[in-house]
Each structure stands twice: as C-alpha cells, then as structure tokens.
Write a protein that binds this ligand. Sequence first.
Ligand SMILES: NC(=O)c1ccc[n+]([C@@H]2O[C@H](COP(=O)([O-])OP(=O)(O)OC[C@H]3O[C@@H](n4cnc5c(N)ncnc54)[C@H](O)[C@@H]3O)[C@@H](O)[C@H]2O)c1
Length: 363
Amino acid sequence: MSLAMQQKIEIAADKPYPVYLGSSLEGLGEYLRHQFDDIEHILIVSHQVVADLYAQRLMKGLQDYRINLLIVPAGEEEKSLDRLSRLTAEALGHGTDRKSLVIALGGGVIGDLAGFFASIFMRGIRLIQVPTTLLAQVDSSIGGKVAVNHSAGKNILGAFYPPQAVWTDFSTLESLPWEEVENGLAESIKHALIADGDLFQFFENEQKPIKHRDCLIWSEMVTRSSLVKIRIVSQDEREQGIRALLNLGHSFGHAIETEMDYRGITHGQGVSVGIVAAAHLAFAKGLMTSAEVDRVIALLNSYGLLTKIKGLDSQNLLHKMQADKKNQGGRKILILPQGIGQALVTKECSDSEILAAWKQVLF
Ligand SMILES: NC(=O)c1ccc[n+]([C@@H]2O[C@H](COP(=O)([O-])OP(=O)(O)OC[C@H]3O[C@@H](n4cnc5c(N)ncnc54)[C@H](O)[C@@H]3O)[C@@H](O)[C@H]2O)c1
C-alpha cells in the first residue's frame, strides 16, 4: 500500500497539528529532524506483534536519536493506571526527560495509553501518533483524546492532548487480522452515515476491492473516512456539540458490550448492532425512510458486521443505557441518523421508543 501520495491535513484545534496520510514509517525520522531541533531521546511504545512487524522500519529513519522501545502486553485491560505506573518507572529508568518524544506505534489501545502517559509525564512531553489499525487510523489517533480505564468505567481517566502530528502509513494495515479490520469498518461506515453520503455509496460500490484489501481502494477508504473525523474535530475539539455525532451507535453498542461483560462480542460488532438500532429509532421518529434503514442493514451485513444479536433482554439493555456518561439530567442523549450522510443529537426519545428499537435488533 505504498502507492498513495502523502497528504498533509491540518487539524484546526486550540493547538493545531497535522495529520499525514499515506506517509511511510521510514520517513518519520526525516520529518522529526526537520521539525524539531531539540529532540535527542525517543520512547517508542508498542505491542510486541506490532514492534516485530514495524519497529525496524520506523527506526531506520531514527538513527540520529537515542531510542528505547517499551513493549506493552496486548489487550484493553492494559489501558490501566497500573500499566501507566510501570511505563513511568521504565521511562525514568531510560533517562526520559522533558525533551523526550513519545511515539505511539499501534492501535487505539497504544494510542490512548501512550498518549495519556505523554500528557502527564513531567506535566506533558511531546507525542507522535503512528496508528497501525484501521480503527486507529480513521478514528482514535485523530482528535486528541487519550485515556486509561478504571474499574468505574472505560476511559474515565483521560485528557485532551493533541499530538505533534499523526503519521499514518497505510501499508501497516496489510497485516491486520480481519476481526480488527471489522472494528475499523464499523467506525468508518458510521463516519459515512453521519456525515458523508458519497462515502456511504463508496462502501456500497467497492465491497469487492475492500474485502480483497486492494491498496488503492483502501488508501481512498482510510483517507475519506479520516477526513470525516478531521472535519468534525476541527469544528468541535472539546465535544461541546457536533463531535457528539461520532457516538452514533455507541450508546446501544456499549449497552450490549457491558451486558455481555465484553465477552463474545467485539467493539465493532457492538457498534454495528447499535447503528442498526439507532436507524430503527430514526425511522420511528420520521428521520429515515424504511429503504434507507434497509440500505444501512444491507451494507453492514455485506461486510460481515452484526445487525441483530441473540439472547439479550431489551429491558436489561435499556437499564444499561441509563449509566451512559453522555446522559443529562436522567434523560438519554442519543445520536440518530437523518437519512444517509447526516445525523443529529436528541434527548427526545422515550424509553418505550428505545425499547421498540431494541426489539428490532434482538432475536
Ligand atoms: N481516543 C479516541 O478518540 C478513541 C476512539 C475510538 C477508540 N478508542 C480506543 O481504541 C481502543 C481500540 O483500538 P483498536 O481497535 O485499534 O485495538 P487495539 O489497539 O487493541 O489493537 C487490536 C490488536 O491488533 C494488533 N495490531 C495493531 N496493529 C496491527 C497491525 N498493523 N498488524 C497486526 N496486528 C496489529 C494489536 O497488537 C492488538 O492486539 C479502545 O481502547 C478504545 O477505547 C479511542
């Protein structure tokens, strides 16, 4: 996937930063030398599997720097205070100081964990996001949110901490297992549904090359999907308004994930069922036609994403939604699609309407 030309897109934030799409891992060093004249030491934080595949390519360009590679075991449970504390000890052992740079080389777990570490180590050291999963490239590396989990909930301890840059090399996606691709596809289709009807059509028309990982089509898919996120976070960095649209499908999806204790369902599958539930609710509210709901279901199905789920109870799921941290004053805040390519935030859904939507996706 090295055919793509590099594109630089600036995120308009309090502290603007560039996203480089279609860049090469080997090229990051030259960028750093050009951009910063006071960096001597770099900490690369990664998973073993990702480091085995890509650290050498990245380090080829970083020969001028003193490098330490910190390996974090894979898994969501590693986004923890305990891991943060171990990273801190390791970083200090390697002489990390205020001028050091952190490179987060991996998926969303590494991006969130290493990003949060960078945000608080010595009150903040520089960070470059190098996303290597589809989800991280189109979603989690963009927008500056970093966090770890707590027993009280996911991403409870976190910050808005914009990186110096996001450095995206599409070729890293070649090794991504299909289950991980699905997680990213669910978010990418969500981006299309909330903000880009043409991208939705692209997903409908290009199913075959997408499933065969055609490099040009994947470059276009990642670029167009990233652009949706870039556009949204550039308008609303701190999630005071439009950024909430990115949560489409997530209130329903999180309820499913927590009800199932995060076992036997991936995040992407949960979000996918959640998108369908939101589409049914949108139909009931007159925001979508039944033909549009059918298009959403057909598209998700065609990529092997779940559109219904077995053996769960609608009342329990409704109850789980009450704990959603986005709720206000006891009212559920939901994101609903408005046709294909637009969405809105609403407080105006009654429990009986939400229950009816749940029933459409349960069997
Ligand atoms: N900060 C945000 O705005 C934001 C947004 C969405 C999700 N997230 C977070 O992202 C996390 C999920 O991220 P994810 O889906 O990328 O999962 P992940 O980071 O756990 O990566 C999934 C698996 O793929 C492996 N992997 C990564 N890149 C690979 C590659 N190129 N080839 C082969 N294997 C590779 C990883 O080692 C891991 O085992 C969650 O913690 C979620 O909360 C954050």
